[in-house]
Design a protein around this ligand. Structure first.
Ligand code: F6P
Length: 370
């Protein structure tokens, strides 16, 4: 029997846990079958340029705990709509056949794609072209409906909670209001989990539009209680009632081109004249994706990686590994992505009437929605 050749790539933004999935997939593949593993660099761009590195026990040694990805990321390169130079002009083209030809030339039997919805949409399209694909879902936002939990989320929540602790002590010293912006796009999971665990006073999430009056009321209530400092946690994609989210920039070429950012500064400006406290803001940004992967995410990633290897061994291609009822299962990429255009309407969002929102409210945390 021919030795199997398995290729991995990491697409979209990075998420803590990607290295742990690479580590686990490589080890489990080498244990389960006679195979060779390679990794394309910079996501699909590496597949197009046939730019890869060997993945083995040596090259993946010591990466389990590290954030980022040893294969590097690109969140732009969609090979089904790729920018190429033709006669000095940049044009968009479907270059997926080049990628398929590269895999054929190298003798690649299986492509394992680690990524979010944009990356997995291309994975589905490569599966439709006859490539043996296995998907592994990734996002710190935890907003993919097809899996209960994505790696990177726990690490991001831990980082936010740690930083809320730091901001609490300085806010208390100066009797300030700190408005803290966290990631999540249009899903409020990071803000909600970290806001509860980090004792925020106000949590603002996209699923529950806020009013400035609501934020002011909570700050004044705390001031009156002898707590003249407050912590407001806000998801980057949150918006005021009747308003719209604050967009930092549009990244052309990216499957989901909107980059949110700026809401914390906006709220801080608005609040300053409305409360007696000084108001400052802080954007945690990419700090939430950096550093070491949390132990819970290392464990979850290892489970994803091992299940991906098992699916390869069982020949169950065209599927994505997922967590269902706490078990590692798999689901067809066709069902994950379907034919729908990827959009936030397909995201797993916080239920405004769900248990966690109720828990937060019972603790006295305001969503400024009254
Ligand atoms: O989807 C993950 C995420 O971290 C979002 O929360 C955030 O809006 C976005 O990626 C930022 O992406 P970039 O790396 O392009 O700044």
């Amino acid at each position: 029997m021919k030795k199997k050749k398995i290729a991995l790539l990491t697409g979209g933004g990075d998420a803590p846990g990607l290295n742990a999935v690479i580590y686990a997939t490589v080890r489990a593949c080498l244990n389960l079958m006679d195979c060779e593993v390679i990794g394309y660099k910079f996501g699909y761009r590496g597949l197009y340029n046939n730019d890869y590195v060997p993945l083995n026990l040596e090259t993946t040694s010591g990466i389990l705990h590290k954030g980022g990805t040893v294969l590097y990321n690109s969140n732009k390169d969609n090979l089904f709509d790729y920018s190429v130079e033709e006669n000095g002009v940049t044009v968009k083209k479907d270059v997926s056949d080049v990628a398929v030809a590269n895999m054929k030339k190298e003798g690649v039997d299986v492509l394992v794609v680690l990524g979010g919805d944009g990356t997995l949409t291309s994975a589905r399209d490569f599966a439709r072209k006859g490539v043996n694909v296995i998907g592994v879902p990734k996002t710190i936002d935890n907003d993919l409906p097809s899996t209960e939990s994505t790696f990177g989320f726990d690490t991001a929540v831990n980082i936010v909670v740690e930083n809320l602790g730091r901001l609490h002590t300085t806010a208390e010293s100066h009797h300030r209001v700190m408005v803290v912006e966290v990631m999540g796009r249009s899903a409020g999971w990071i803000a909600l989990h970290a806001g509860i665990a980090g004792s925020a006073d106000v949590i603002l999430i996209p699923e529950i539009p806020y009013s400035l009056d609501g934020i002011v009321a909570k700050i004044n209530q705390r001031n009156a209680m002898g707590k003249p400092f407050s912590i407001v946690v806000v998801t980057e994609g949150a918006s005021e009632k009747g308003g719209s989210a604050v967009v930092a920039k549009i990244v052309e070429d990216s499957p989901d081109s909107t980059r949110f950012g700026g809401i914390a500064g906006y709220i801080a400006n608005q609040l300053e004249s409305r409360v007696q406290n000084e108001v400052r803001h802080c954007v945690l940004g990419h700090i939430q994706r950096g550093g070491e992967t949390s132990p819970a995410d290392r464990l979850l990633s290892a489970r994803y990686g091992v299940r991906a290897a098992e699916l390869i061994n069982e020949g169950k291609f065209g599927n994505m590994v997922c967590l269902r009822n706490g078990q590692m299962e798999y689901v067809s990429l066709e069902d994950v992505i379907g034919d729908a255009k990827v959009s936030t309407s397909g995201s797993k969002l916080v239920d405004p009437n769900g248990e966690l929102v109720k828990v937060a409210k019972s603790l006295g945390i305001s969503f400024a929605d009254a």
